[in-house]
Design a protein around this ligand. Structure first.
Ligand code: GLP
Length: 260
């Protein structure tokens, strides 16, 4: 794992944007795994700005989002389809025909999950997977005890996740109970992955992911098995780590090491 600790959130987001931009410049037809959540909003803003100011192009990329709530149509303002449209897709030159999210409103969500996994495979797999982390250590909607061998499927959300996401809905009762999410094994199959965590509320989950045991209790700890996982943290999200001095020796201020 490459652990990059940046002094604050804007610096962490700029560093993450550099990695996304480099991937897309090196591989214009990259398959991107995209994530939602509050952490990703400033990243999408920076990428959209680089598109406008520097011509960073997503025209040839394909994207697959991690997850979607079951029961929400794409035009529902709390759906992840809507989030992606508003936060990113409509600000850049990505081809809408190549932007994929699980179909949360499918008549048969189980079949839709299998179809989604097959679509990722047919696209040749994911070149760069973006990830946030839940306060309980989830990635996508792979909640604690999710199978580390899982592929895209339906997951029941924990009460803590529903409470964390309640802020986007009118009430806790209206917050969806189920989601379609790509699995832990789907995420591990990506060629590179980039997890971003900012803020003190993520510090404990981050410490469990990086320095805790590999365990389904913290699904993000599965990234310990990923051969090319980069974790970008701001100082607050890194505050519960024990080996900080080592991470800063290898990557001072989050920069690449001499051998990267
Ligand atoms: C959500 C999403 C995750 C996201 C996480 C953290 O529920 N399913 O993909 O990474 O929770 O969200 P935030 O960045 O808002 O803290």
């Amino acid at each position: 794992m490459k652990v990059l600790i940046l002094r604050n959130e804007p610096a962490a987001i700029e560093r993450a944007a550099d990695i996304v931009a480099r991937t897309v410049r090196d591989l214009p037809a990259a398959v991107l795994g995209l994530a939602t959540g509050g952490t990703m909003l400033p990243l999408y803003q920076v990428l959209a700005q680089r598109h406008r100011d520097e011509g960073l192009s997503f025209a040839k990329t394909t994207s697959f989002n991690l997850d979607e709530y079951i029961g929400l149509a794409p035009d529902h303002p709390c759906s992840y389809h809507y989030y992606m449209q508003e936060a990113f897709f409509r600000h850049v030159d990505i081809d809408p025909a190549r932007c994929h999210l699980p179909k949360g409103d499918a008549a048969d969500p189980r079949a839709a999950s299998g179809d989604y996994e097959a679509l990722i495979e047919a696209a040749g797999g994911i070149d760069l997977q973006l990830l946030g982390i839940g306060q309980n250590g989830h990635i996508g909607f792979n909640e604690p005890t999710a199978s580390l061998g899982s592929r895209t499927r339906i997951k029941t959300l924990t009460t803590s996740t529903r409470r964390a996401n309640q802020r986007y809905f009118a009430s806790f009762e209206e917050t969806p109970r189920y989601a379609i999410t790509t699995g832990v094994a789907t995420i591990l199959a990506s060629r590179k992955c980039l997890l971003i965590a900012t803020g003190a509320a993520k510090a404990e989950a981050v410490a469990n992911m990086i320095e805790g045991p590999l365990s389904a209790v913290c699904p993000a700890s599965a990234l310990q098995l990923h051969p090319r996982a980069t974790i970008i943290l701001d100082a607050a999200a890194a505050s519960a780590l024990k080996l900080t001095e080592y991470y800063e020796t290898v990557h001072p201020q989050g920069r690449d090491s001499a051998f990267d």
